[in-house]
Design a binder for this molecule. Structure first.
Ligand code: SF4
Length: 331
């Protein structure tokens, strides 16, 4: 049986890009793989970039990201879901992998090169991020890693590390593969400024837990087909982000109606956006209601994560015993 692993960055409240790009997929894989689907909020990774993580807010963001995943339907009785720093074996295996990995391999990682430029003095942890990521995956001998294609280089390095460990110390780890969700979409930012992303600020994103009236204000102001100046001008939904959102939130009849009526100026942009808002409301209301319930019971969230960490350690413990023995540590 395959085992799935994925790490989730503690960026606080996720947006609909995270939801349609990853979170929904975690729930679906959880139905398929059960307790062989392992997810963790990667707070140890967050601190590798001190510019982006703040000790005053890290715990809160970790909590919020966990809460949001529970709210969209991740079921702790079906999957293993925990916080990375609560399973110290990640760090232990990460160190062993660091000692196996040439500095040059880490320096050529694109994400490292992109981020390193922000620093006058580069934190070592930023360089070693991929060895910790390899440990996250291989600690559970996971072979399937649902990630965005921006992580392909890190997964290839994970495979390289697994090969090297197996060569040096005997067959131990599988060589995991990255799996890209065919349904994961590149979702445009609501300000019309490229892909939706937290780094572009709140004007770009629609939070899945954002109040509906705030979402409506953003949709109302969102750009549409720039060639459609007057209500009587026919539009082109293929160049309009509102139509992209309809494809996520609206039923097939509505999508088809917009596709036809926009082109013949049968619907105005404000009405089109109102129609979209109906779908957004229907979709997000139950998620937001569940999030409110969880917020009123934070101990449930913390207990579920602690229980998840126990389940994770039950798998990680024997793997680390095997690793320690093979590497030659005194028992
Ligand atoms: Fe976009 Fe809808 Fe206006 Fe067409 S009618 S341009 S799809 S908002």
């Amino acid at each position: 049986m395959s085992r799935v692993f994925s790490g989730i960055q503690p960026t606080g409240e996720p947006h609909i890009g995270n939801y349609f790009g990853a979170m929904r997929n975690y729930v679906r894989l959880g139905e398929q793989y059960g307790k062989n689907s392992i997810y963790c909020v990667v707070d140890l990774h967050a601190i590798t970039n001190p510019n982006a993580s703040n000790p005053q807010t890290l715990a809160q963001k970790t909590f919020e990201m966990a809460l949001a995943n529970f709210a969209v339907g991740l079921d702790p009785n079906k999957v293993i879901f925990f916080v990375q720093s609560q399973v110290p074996e990640h760090q232990e295996l990460g160190w062993i992998f660091t000692c196996l990995t040439p500095v040059g391999e880490l320096e050529r990682m694109t994400q490292y090169k992109d981020k390193a430029g922000q620093f006058e003095s580069i934190p070592s942890g930023l360089l070693m991020y991929p060895t910790l990521m390899a440990a996250d995956i291989l600690l559970y001998k996971a072979d399937t890693v649902p990630v965005g294609d921006d992580q392909d280089q890190h997964i290839e390095l994970t495979r390289e590390i697994a090969r090297k460990f197996n060569h040096n110390f005997g067959e131990t780890f599988p060589q995991p593969k990255a799996v890209h969700d065919p349904n994961a979409l590149r979702i445009p930012g609501v300000d019309g400024n490229g892909k939706m992303g937290k780094s572009k600020g709140p004007t770009s994103t629609i939070g899945i837990l954002e109040p509906l009236d705030s979402i409506w204000q953003k949709l109302r102001a969102a750009p549409t087909d720039p060639a459609r100046v007057r209500r009587t001008d026919p539009g082109n939904p293929d160049v309009c982000l509102i139509f992209d959102y309809h494809k996520l939130f609206s039923d097939l009849d509505t999508i088809q109606m917009v596709n036809v009526e926009c082109r013949r100026a049968g619907i105005g942009c404000v009405d089109c956006k109102k129609k979209l808002m109906e779908g957004v409301t229907e979709h997000l209301t139950p998620i937001q209601a569940r999030a409110e319930e969880l917020r009123a019971d934070p101990d449930w969230v913390r207990d579920a994560l602690r229980e998840g960490a126990k389940e994770a350690r039950a798998i990680a413990g024997p793997v680390m015993e095997e690793v320690r023995e093979k590497v030659g540590f005194l028992k």
